[in-house]
Write a protein that binds this ligand. Structure first.
Ligand code: PSU
Ligand code: MN
Length: 310
C-alpha cells in the first residue's frame, strides 16, 4: 500500500474485501457549493451510497496525506474553510509536501481513486473545453485524465459554460467513451440534453459495468464518462439557464478571470443570478449520480468477484 494514502476503516475494509466503493470529489464541496449546503450535500451523498449497498470514499489532501474517505469532522472542516486549494493533477505533489489542504478536482480525484484501486467515481459535472479555447487554450485537466486513468466518472454531463461540442471531440480523440445512461444525448448538467450525441446509450448498468471490465482487462487505459441526466422534475428551463450562462461568461471576461478561477467564478455567478435555483438543481443531480454510481459500483464489484473466481 502506498504510504501517501490513508484510509478510513470503513473504506479500507471495503477495499480489502472487494466490496463496492464509490469515490467522491472534494472541489465540489470547497469550490462548487456554498457552506453549509456543501457539507450537508456531501453527507447526504455518502448516505445515499451506503443505502445502495456501496461504501463512499470522499477524497481530499490533508496533513501531507491523500485521504481516501473523510471523517465527519474532516468534511465539516473542508466545507467551512476558505483556504482549501483547488487541487488538480499538477498540484498534488506540492500540496502534500507543504501539508496544505487540497480539495481534489475530477482529475485529481481520479488519480487518487486509481491509486487506491477505486474504479467508480460519482460527481456533478466534469470540466471540459472552455468556450473560446481556440485562443485561451483553457481545456480542463479533467479531459487529459480521462484519457489515461482507469476510473469511470458518473456525472450529469458538463455545463454549457463549456463548449460541449469541442469537449466531445476532445474525449473522442483521447479514446474516452461517453456512455449515456438512459439517454441518447449528452446531458448539459442543468438540462437533460444537448444537441450532441453520446458515444453509446445504455439503459443497463450491468452492461456498462461489463464494458468497463472488458476495456480495462484488455489494457485499454483511460476513463469513461457515464452521463446521467438530471431528474426531469429538477431540470431547469434551457432558455433561462442559457441566458444566465451567457451573462456569467460576460462577467468573467469583464473581470479578467483566468485559469483555475474560471470554473468556480462561473458557478458562483450562476448561483447568484438564479437566486439559488441552480444550486438546488446541482444538489439534485449530484444525489442522482451518487445513487447511479453506487448501483454501478455494486455491479462492477460482482463482475470482479466472478472473474477472480474463474
Ligand atoms: N463543474 C461543476 N462543478 C464543479 C466543477 C466542475 O459543475 O464543482 C469542478 C470539478 O472539481 C472539476 C473542476 O473537476 O471544477 C474543473 O475545473 P477546471 O475547469 O479548472 O479544470
Ligand atoms: Mn481551466
Amino acid at each position: 500500500m502506498k504510504t501517501a494514502l490513508t484510509y478510513t476503516s470503513e473504506v479500507k475494509e471495503a477495499l480489502d474485501t472487494g466490496k463496492a466503493v464509490v469515490a467522491l470529489e472534494s472541489t465540489i464541496i470547497s469550490h462548487g457549493m456554498p457552506y453549509p449546503q456543501n457539507v450537508e450535500t456531501a453527507r447526504e451523498l455518502e448516505k445515499i451510497i451506503r443505502e445502495a449497498g456501496a461504501v463512499p470514499a470522499t477524497i481530499a489532501l490533508m496533513d501531507g496525506k491523500i485521504k481516501i474517505g473523510l471523517t465527519d469532522e474532516e468534511l465539516e472542516m473542508l466545507g467551512n474553510s476558505s483556504d482549501a486549494a483547488k487541487a488538480s493533477r499538477r498540484d498534488i505533489g506540492y500540496l502534500l509536501a507543504t501539508k496544505q489542504t487540497g480539495a481534489t478536482t475530477v482529475a485529481a480525484t481520479m488519480i487518487c481513486a486509481d491509486l487506491a484501486g477505486i474504479r467508480i467515481f460519482a460527481t456533478g459535472g466534469i470540466g471540459g473545453v472552455h468556450r473560446g479555447a481556440e485562443t485561451t487554450m483553457d481545456i480542463s485537466a479533467d479531459l487529459e485524465e480521462l484519457g489515461q486513468t482507469n476510473v469511470a466518472v458518473v456525472c450529469a454531463g458538463a455545463k454549457s459554460i463549456l463548449d460541449l461540442g469541442l469537449t466531445m471531440e476532445y474525449l473522442e480523440t483521447k479514446g474516452v467513451p461517453v456512455i449515456g445512461y438512459q439517454t441518447d444525448k449528452l446531458p448539459a448538467f442543468y438540462t437533460r440534453s444537448s444537441e450532441f450525441d453520446v458515444t453509446y446509450r445504455s439503459d443497463d448498468l450491468s452492461e456498462i459495468a461489463s464494458s468497463l471490465h472488458i476495456k480495462w482487462s484488455l489494457g485499454l487505459d483511460g476513463g469513461a464518462v457515464i452521463a446521467n441526466p438530471i431528474p426531469e422534475d429538477e431540470a431547469m428551463s434551457k432558455s433561462f439557464i442559457d441566458s444566465v450562462i451567457a451573462e456569467a461568461l460576460k462577467e468573467a471576461e469583464k473581470n479578467g478571470i483566468r485559469g483555475k478561477d474560471t470554473t468556480p467564478f462561473l458557478l458562483g455567478k450562476i448561483k447568484e443570478m438564479t437566486e439559488g435555483k441552480s444550486l438546488e438543481a446541482n444538489i439534485a443531480l449530484v444525489k442522482h449520480n451518487a445513487a447511479v454510481g453506487a448501483a454501478l459500483a455494486v455491479r462492477y464489484a460482482e463482475i470482479q468477484k466472478n472473474s477472480a473466481a474463474e
